[in-house]
Design a protein around this ligand. Structure first.
Ligand code: AMP
Ligand code: ZN
Length: 110
């Protein structure tokens, strides 16, 4: 069993509010939402952060990026959305399994 929180979530060892799942990725609600819609999109493959992404992951990264607008539309975010990738201690990353934050809804702020 992995020590990684999000790998545990993928394995089903800890619960999550899943929104979407396929053979490449998992999407679930952030446990401490900072907006009306706050989802986390993660690859099933353990990649610690954006720094660890390699050319081998190009297809996966493109797949994840292209999934974001589809997820946003499904969440009713018709006027747009925000994507955040915190990277490393200086970027405020807390969980070291690559994740894209998808945020949207009223009062999103600057
Ligand atoms: P960061 O690594 O700073 O990009 O943020 C990690 C995010 O994961 C935070 O927004 C947390 O609220 C979220 N988070 C931590 N544990 C869980 C969990 N068990 N289920 C859903 N979201 C989580
Ligand atoms: Zn992991």
């Amino acid at each position: 069993m992995s020590d990684c929180l999000f790998c545990k979530l993928i394995e089903g060892a800890i619960p999550s509010q899943q929104v979407y799942s396929d053979d490449k990725v998992l999407v679930f609600k952030d446990i401490k939402p900072k907006a009306a819609v706050h989802l986390l999109l993660i690859p099933r493959k353990h990649i610690a952060s954006l720094v660890e992404v390699t050319p081998e992951d190009d297809e996966l990264m493109a797949y994840m990026l292209r999934l974001l607008p589809t997820l946003a539309r499904q969440q009713g975010l018709d006027t747009g959305f925000r994507t955040v990738i915190n990277t490393g201690p200086g970027g405020g990353q807390i969980v070291y399994h690559l994740h894209f934050h998808l945020l949207g809804g009223p009062d999103l702020g600057d």
